[in-house]
Write a protein that binds this ligand. Structure first.
Ligand code: LLP
Length: 463
């Protein structure tokens, strides 16, 4: 059967799992503003552009697959978070979502701080000029070397994650003749409504110290006794890709409850609380994320109300958005390769990347959308599964989507909202070469992370 004679239509819609779009969108050429970076648009000749540069030109110059990052959108989102929280709060961008030196410089320009969780992230941040006192160091198993480097560099805070770490950090700080500012990460026992692998505040998981059973209170007791530590606050991160603010509300309530207990027991009012990151973004048209100003208002109100009730001075709030800043700002550009219609099921569209550049679909069952971006098409919608070129059937980039039935090898398609946790979790599976990140702004494109080469692979292979 030829591709154009393979209408997906309603017959194929029956096979869509529940909760997925059961009908093709009215216009396949339309780009939903919700999921695309802010400067993405379709030019009059039908080609999609970002930052004023057409994707066909970008593909020619930088190859595919490639992550195309809208610098203007990134800066605007970073600024929106900064402005929303104002001068009495701090916004720490979570570097794990995506970190490069250019990104660090943009964050610095826009007045954000940075959360890092490894020696590698710390080095990247420092080498791009982020002042150490604007860096927070995280992790459930920081090595002695990492702790030492962080303290020597003078990071603004280390977030302590276990009883052992309280002692370890205190000891290392003291041996370096320093007093390290720290927060203690607690788990407040909230079940965040998100995928199990990215929920982090329930008790049966590896992060933080449980509030339950007085463990967090005991951690505070110990930290306050150690000369190497200056305990500045309590940290809580409930999970990731969360839309519902109620989890944050419960977390804030419990964190403030602990601050009150600390005041009552020790006569100390800790000056800071950190409510972590985790705010969701739109991956498909069905997601409705909140704006930073709404989030800031909600969090600030909850904390002030709770503190008023507990007769505490309102602490300085910090937050750690990663995905909500970088996620929507990039899309992955792929070239279409093999197209395989499976009669009565769907059409498999293979692209020149896959689970090595976006593991999220395989790992979390994440949903994405996709569009034909090198031209428009008036052909009928065809139900597709966009798959990669790796050696397993779980190598899926977009599980269920519609593309025009005249799609052909050589067309360019793009998957939006891939700025967070795609390049940062990319792998060399099957010796794939990790794609470049190309920042585009005001008609100019520049590589900020270059494409890996086969020489890079061979350089590591020293056997
Ligand atoms: N703060 C802490 C302590 C975190 O552990 C995380 C994310 C964040 C902030 C930032 O969360 P965000 O605002 O980006 O949701 N790989 C998964 C997400 C893992 C998140 C890990 N921690 C994914 O692709 O969905």
């Amino acid at each position: 059967m030829s591709r154009s004679a393979h209408p997906a239509g309603p017959r194929h819609a029956d096979v869509l799992p529940e909760g997925h779009p059961s009908a093709p969108p009215a216009d396949l050429n339309h780009l939903d503003r919700k999921v695309w970076a802010s400067t993405v648009t379709r030019t009059p000749d039908g080609v999609v552009s970002v930052g004023g540069v057409e994707v066909t030109r970008l593909a020619e110059e930088f190859g595919t697959p490639a992550y195309l990052l809208d610098e203007t959108d990134f800066r605007e989102r970073a600024r929106a978070w900064r402005t929303a929280f104002g001068p009495d709060a701090d916004v720490f961008y979570a570097g794990k979502a995506f970190l490069s030196r250019a990104v660090v410089r943009w964050l610095h320009d826009e007045g954000l701080n940075l959360d890092v969780c490894s020696g590698g992230e710390l080095t990247t941040a420092l080498s791009a000029g982020m002042p150490a006192d604007r860096i927070a160091f995280h992790g459930n198993n920081k090595s002695v070397d990492e702790i030492e480097s962080a303290i020597r560099a003078g990071v603004g805070r280390i977030v302590l994650d276990s009883f052992q770490e309280i002692v370890r950090v205190a000891h290392i700080a003291q041996s370096l003749g320093k007093r390290q500012r720290v927060q203690i990460r607690i788990t407040v026992g909230v079940e965040a409504h998100t995928h199990e692998f990215i929920a982090t505040a329930h008790e049966d998981q590896k992060f933080g110290i449980p509030l339950a059973g007085g463990q967090a209170a005991e951690a505070v007791r110990r930290a306050l006794q150690l000369d190497g530590l200056e305990l500045i606050g309590i940290h809580s991160h409930i999970g990731s890709q969360i839309f519902d603010m109620s989890g944050f509300e419960v977390a804030a309530h419990r964190v403030v409850g602990l601050l009150k207990d600390i005041r009552d027991e020790h006569g100390v009012e800790l000056p800071e609380i950190d409510l972590g990151g985790g705010l969701g973004i739109a991956y498909t048209s069905t997601d409705d994320p909140r704006e930073p100003h709404e989030i800031a208002k909600a969090l600030t109100e909850i904390v002030s109300r709770e503190c008023e009730g507990a007769k505490l001075r309102t602490p300085r709030i910090s937050v750690e958005p990663g995905r909500a800043i970088v996620g929507p700002t990039a899309f992955t550009l792929y070239e279409v390769g093999t197209i395989k219609p499976l009669d009565g099921l769907r059409t498999y569209v293979s692209v020149d990347g896959g689970m090595s550049d976006n593991i999220r679909t395989a790992l979390y069952d994440a949903e994405y959308s996709v569009a034909l971006v090198s031209r428009t098409s008036e052909a009928a919608p065809m139900l597709v599964r966009v798959v990669g070129k790796h050696c397993e059937s779980g190598d899926i980039v977009v599980k269920d989507a519609f593309l025009p039935a005249d799609l052909a090898p050589g067309d360019l398609i793009a998957v939006p909202a891939t700025g967070a946790y795609c390049r940062s979790m990319a792998s060399n599976y099957n010796h794939a070469l990790r794609p470049p990140v190309v920042a585009v702004r005001d008609g100019e494109a520049r590589v900020i992370v270059r494409r890996e080469t086969e020489e890079d692979l061979l350089r590591l292979d020293v056997g």
